[in-house]
Design a protein around this ligand. Structure first.
Ligand code: 5AD
Ligand code: SF4
Length: 477
């Protein structure tokens, strides 16, 4: 059980925390939980770094560029800290997330302005670590024996409401798959599933605060496993059934999945649950069986395509998205062609693509046949051109259809809303159609690379991120 009731009432916020988040949705979720935990300790969230007493960088270690960005940001924040030294508002700087876990003490050695380094497994201890950091730098990158979720209070209604009608809910963390390119098994540790009752409690708190759509998160979310009250073994498909039965829930999603864990109960959930949105993020990473083997993926390209076929049989309108890596060690022109071919055969609605980035400590970094950077760049451009065509075609196919849209937030102008289609596209529409939190029927009249426009929405939709970009700060994981 969560220990919400044991917590003292939050103090009136006197200090402010600014959290900058990189990386996957799990980091986005962690940032909200850190913010909630600190609020109980008197820190109100702020969206301006200059306004903060505590700055936290919640970091990603997945590719080299992501980690380097942390250090360049720290350099700039140090200057802010220096201007505050000796005033009555000294600045405390913390690094959390996967770079914190991977580099620990090294961060403080490289950047002395940092006061605390806290890994993803121990952020429930943040309030006390912040306090201790007043007397010297603190590093906490333990894999805590206690379950951090047991120690985090359920989010308060007010906190959830401030974030809108969609919410993330981490149900599983860590990874045991050990793909040879990936740091996750080292930074986030072994696969751990949160218990069913704990997840349902958190989901109820979200729904009670007005959340309509919950996205279940996990580095390997479809490896989630648990037991129900009778001791029956459950998989993610069963969990989705339990959540779908909660009164008030309108939409469910989950991300990110591994082909090896695409169990029957999950595929059947796509057939049986209307509130499970027709969207599956299922990374394959490469199309060549030789490369898949050397990546230690544990499946072939044929296995992947057969899963995609089964999922499409269960839910014909499902949108498939994925992740691709180009230039893994040993990738020849023919191997890359196999990647292009699996993309053609899968026909993605959206897909993230990356140049292989060598990560110290992973088996990939030890491989001798590294691919030339210029070759990676050229392959990525070709792959992204194909993915972009597929994404545009998927969006264009929505024109002329009437679709259900969850109204999420104000658009660019006072007469517009932005909503979400079942297939995760942004939809621009007129406010006359409903209110935030409503699910309304929208006639799609136009499509762009990343968004749709509903009838009556006159102005161009806002530019949104390019899902095939290498430099995005929020990726799927
Ligand atoms: N280099 C490039 N891309 C990577 N990913 C994970 N590790 C690496 C790496 N070393 C990609 C994978 C994964 C996504 C979240 O990031 O495609 O699915
Ligand atoms: Fe695990 Fe995904 Fe990384 Fe593979 S890519 S090791 S499945 S987190």
């Amino acid at each position: 059980m969560q220990n919400d009731t044991k917590k003292p009432e939050p103090q009136a916020p006197t200090k402010k925390v600014f959290i900058k988040t990189w990386g996957c949705q799990m980091n986005v979720y962690d940032s909200t939980r850190m913010s909630d935990a600190l609020e109980a300790d008197g820190y109100a969230p702020t969206t301006t770094m200059e306004d903060a007493d505590l700055v936290l960088l919640n970091t990603c270690h997945i590719r080299e560029k992501a980690a380097e960005k942390v250090y360049s940001n720290l350099g700039r924040i140090r200057q802010l800290k220096e201007t505050r030294a000796g005033t009555d508002r000294p600045l405390t700087i913390g690094v959390t997330g996967c770079v914190a876990q991977a580099e620990g003490q090294e961060i403080i050695r490289r950047e002395r302005a940092v006061d605390l380094v806290v890994g993803p497994q121990t952020y429930h201890r943040l309030p006390e670590i912040v306090t201790r950091s007043k007397s010297g730098p603190q590093v906490d990158t333990e894999y805590a024996v206690e379950d951090k979720f047991e120690h985090l209070a359920l989010p308060k209604k007010r906190q959830v409401q401030a974030r809108g009608v969609t919410a993330f809910l981490t149900v599983q963390e860590g990874c045991d798959k050990f793909c040879t390119f990936c740091v996750v098994p080292y930074t986030r540790g072994a696969e751990v599933s949160r218990p069913l009752a704990q997840i349902l409690d958190e989901a109820r708190a979200l729904i009670d605060a007005g959340v309509r759509e919950i996205t279940l998160l996990g580095q390997n979310v479809n490896a989630w496993h648990g037991v129900d009250g009778t001791g029956r073994e459950l998989g993610l498909g069963h969990l989705l059934h339990h959540l779908a039965a909660l009164p008030g829930i309108a939409r469910l999603r989950y991300v990110t999945s591994h082909p090896r864990d695409m169990a029957d109960d999950l595929i059947e959930a796509h057939r049986d649950l209307d509130c499970l949105m027709p969207y599956l993020h299922l990374p394959v990473q490469a199309g060549s069986d030789k490369i898949l083997k050397s990546m230690n993926r544990g499946h072939t390209s044929a296995d992947y395509l057969s899963i995609i076929n089964r999922v499409r049989e269960a839910r014909p309108d499902i949108a498939i998205s994925g992740d691709m890596i180009v230039g893994f060690p040993g990738e020849t022109d023919d191997d890359f062609e196999a990647t292009m071919e699996i993309v053609r055969q899968t026909n993605y609605a959206a897909c993230y693509s990356f140049k292989y980035s060598m990560r110290p400590g992973t088996p990939g970094a030890e491989m001798t046949d590294q691919v030339d950077e210029a070759v990676k760049t050229e392959r990525l451009a070709r792959l992204q051109a194909l993915l972009s065509d597929q994404q545009k075609a998927f969006n264009a196919a929505c024109i002329g259809k009437t679709i259900d849209v969850l109204i999420e937030k104000p658009g660019r102008t006072e007469d517009q809303w932005i909503g979400r289609s079942p297939w995760l596209q942004s939809v621009v529409m007129p406010r006359t159609l409903g209110a935030i939190g409503d699910i309304v029927s929208v006639d799609v009249i136009a499509a762009q690379a990343n968004s749709l426009m509903g009838a009556g929405a006159q102005l161009a939709p806002p530019a949104s991120h390019n899902s095939t970009s290498q430099n995005m700060e929020t990726a799927t994981l």
